[in-house]
Design a protein around this ligand. Structure first.
Ligand SMILES: [Zn+2]
Length: 294
């Protein structure tokens, strides 16, 4: 719904009516976003300018026109366009966490051979002089990148919302300045339901949505970064669940410790492609968060 304010004197009554409606919708929105138990700020407004800003929020222009004035002001994305898939299409979203790493070039080579696009959720600390070119290659070859963490340390990252936003802002600025990419995608280390988040997942997601970002968990995991994975266990884990979904989001890793993932990858791509799936990045995909009953 679009709301507009009118200044013309003969439209005073209409303006008041619309302002009333605006305040109602905005108040509803603000109330929803600012539940005190989540530590959110209570928003009050006094001037027409402030009211206009709040109306803009409701009208969806919030992220375009707004002056950064909140905490972590650089952590704002203009969002991304979600494209609906044609009815019945099967799309596999391969995702690689924790990169870039020494394995990135080989992963990219295999993806190319299968005409596959994927998403890389990056760790800022892993972008070094040696791996920075891999990030450029990821982008040049049409894959998507997303925020994972600047420093992948659960305790510090998830200590509170400030700690989290400060970490994400650092990574976001770096990706923007060094690689010219303003990603709208992110994935929590451990996923949105992990115990390290101490039940704060929902509040963190809502904060990130407010800043224009979209959260992606997964519904299929190769389990390639837990326990003692092998090439065959990674394939088995993927194949066990991937065909249950029309749009599976597959969790794999791109790190120096997960070379078995690289070895397993050609077979994973071959078999999933054989079942009629294409491989796309999450750049135009809708949010995916673990189902509630998980
Ligand atoms: Zn991770």
């Amino acid at each position: 719904m679009k709301i507009q304010l009118y200044r013309q004197p003969h439209h005073t009554f209409l303006a008041l009516l619309l302002m009333g409606a605006a305040v109602f919708f905005v108040a509803r929105n603000v109330h929803f976003e600012a539940r005190p138990e989540e530590g959110a700020k209570v928003v009050e407004w006094h001037s027409e300018e402030e009211l206009r800003l709040l109306v803009d929020i409701e009208n969806g222009r919030f992220f375009e026109d707004r002056e950064p004035q909140e905490s972590y002001p650089a952590l704002f994305s203009s969002g991304h366009e979600v494209k609906e898939l044609p009815e019945g299409s099967k799309v596999c979203y391969l995702t690689f966490d924790d990169g870039p790493s020494e394995n990135t070039p080989e992963i990219l080579q295999i993806l190319k051979e299968y005409d596959a696009h994927a998403t890389f959720f990056l760790i800022g600390e892993n972008i070094t002089g040696e791996t920075a070119p891999y990030v450029r290659q990821i982008l040049a070859e049409g894959h998507a990148i997303g925020l994972h963490a600047n420093v992948h340390k659960y305790k510090k990252l998830y200590r509170d919302i400030d700690s989290f936003l400060a970490d994400y802002e650092t990574l976001y600025i770096r990706l923007k300045d060094e690689f010219g990419v303003e990603t709208a995608l992110f994935r929590f280390p451990g996923g949105s339901a992990c115990t390290y988040l101490h039940g704060q997942g929902k509040a963190f997601i809502s904060q990130m949505r407010h800043r224009g970002f979209t959260c992606y968990d997964w519904n299929v995991s190769g389990e390639d970064a837990v326990g003692k994975p092998t090439v065959s266990s990674i394939k088995k884990n993927v194949f066990r669940n991937v065909f249950r979904y029309k749009t599976p989001v597959v969790l794999l890793h791109d790190s120096a410790q997960t070379s078995d993932t690289v070895t397993a990858l050609p077979d994973i791509l071959k078999r999933i492609a054989g079942e009629g799936y294409t491989f796309q990045s999450l750049a135009e995909a809708d949010e995916y968060i673990f189902p509630k009953n998980r």
